[in-house]
Ligand binder design. Structure first.
Ligand code: LMR
Length: 325
């Protein structure tokens, strides 16, 4: 009897020791190509984590919606089926309305202004805005400013009237196109190309890097350089999972995330500039706006700032409005 209990105790001890030795597995899923700001960031995180925490942490990266896509990734994160995601800030609408500030058209003059805002306290607070849903914000990663692509050249807001645009799941983006007489269709990123090909939509808005990496040039012969909005991400984890990582390991992982964030955010602009060239080389025609034309787009869309101030919060909106120079 004594011998049996001893054997059971020993076996249990052995099992838990083995379990302790197992590396922590972090699955990082995203929806874009690897040669983009987010794709590169995910790979850099894997490399640094596995180098510096060898044997303690293992990272699996799934690009291009190969594990989860826009429609199911956040639920998968909440169910801890995946441990890291970096969805666009436009994709959190059902969990917080404060992040909608990033969708307001023409609010940020450029990516530098976005970066300044992301360093402000108000913006840092938004990393915790989805805590009650079990979503733990770790960092902001930027892609770049969005451009308007379409099957015809868009010079003035009237040129967009009657076209249907693919959008991310965001009410503000829906309203943005409604304000210029266009319709919109919420579609997962992975379905955008097929929808353009089938003619279900005739336009889209995205960064140079996403337009080029999805080879949208052939389907979208015109790209208007509007820089009208920003595409930025929040690197998020499952709160329960993240806070259960042993403290020493978590501190190192968070230091790695800081390093990767710095790299992603300082290289994003160069990657987008490169892809702007790629897109034109592949045949897309760029449409530049005169000051007057840009002002017309802005005037058409800007009323949304006031319309959404209540949902976003005046404090958040005001903090964002002070970052342009
Ligand atoms: C989109 O859906 O257009 C983007 O959010 C994709 C991405 O993650 O860059």
């Amino acid at each position: 009897m004594f011998k049996t209990s001893l054997a059971v105790a020993l076996a249990t001890l052995l099992c838990s020791a083995q379990a302790l030795a197992e590396p922590i597995l972090i699955k990082f899923s995203h929806v874009v190509a690897e040669d983009t700001p987010k794709g590169k960031g995910a790979l850099m995180f894997k490399r640094l984590a596995e180098e510096r925490l060898a044997g303690k942490v293992q990272v699996e990266v799934y690009p291009d919606s190969t594990l989860f896509g826009d429609a199911d990734e956040l639920q998968a994160l909440r169910d801890n089926k995946v441990q890291l995601l970096a969805p666009s800030l436009s994709k959190f609408e059902q969990y917080t309305t404060q992040l909608q500030v990033f969708d307001l058209p023409f609010l940020f003059d450029d990516l530098e202004a976005v970066k300044r805002f992301q360093k402000r306290e108000k913006s840092r607070e938004l990393l915790r805005s989805m805590a009650s849903h079990g979503i733990y914000g770790l960092a902001y990663w930027n892609n770049g400013m969005k451009q308007l692509s379409a099957t015809r050249a868009l010079h003035t807001p009237a040129d967009a009237a009657g076209l249907a645009f693919r959008i991310q799941p965001s009410e503000i983006l829906e309203q943005q196109f409604a304000r210029v007489g266009a319709s919109s269709l919420r579609l997962p990123f992975a379905e955008t190309r097929a929808a353009l090909q089938a003619g279900r939509v005739q336009g889209a808005e995205n960064t140079w890097s996403n337009l080029a990496s999805q080879q949208l040039g052939a389907l979208q012969p015109y790209v208007t350089e509007t820089d009208h909005g920003v595409l930025s991400y929040m690197l998020v984890s499952n709160s329960g999972f993240w806070t259960s990582i042993p403290y020493q390991i978590r501190v190192q992982l968070e230091a790695i995330i800081d390093e990767v964030t710095l790299a992603v955010n300082s290289e994003a602009e160069a990657l987008n500039a490169r892809d702007r060239q790629r897109l034109t080389a592949a045949g897309s025609q760029l449409v530049s706006l005169s000051g007057e034309q840009r002002a017309a787009w802005r005037a058409a869309m800007q009323p949304l700032w006031q319309e959404y101030e209540g949902r976003i919060g005046s404090d958040v909106l005001r903090a964002a409005q002070t970052v342009n120079r």
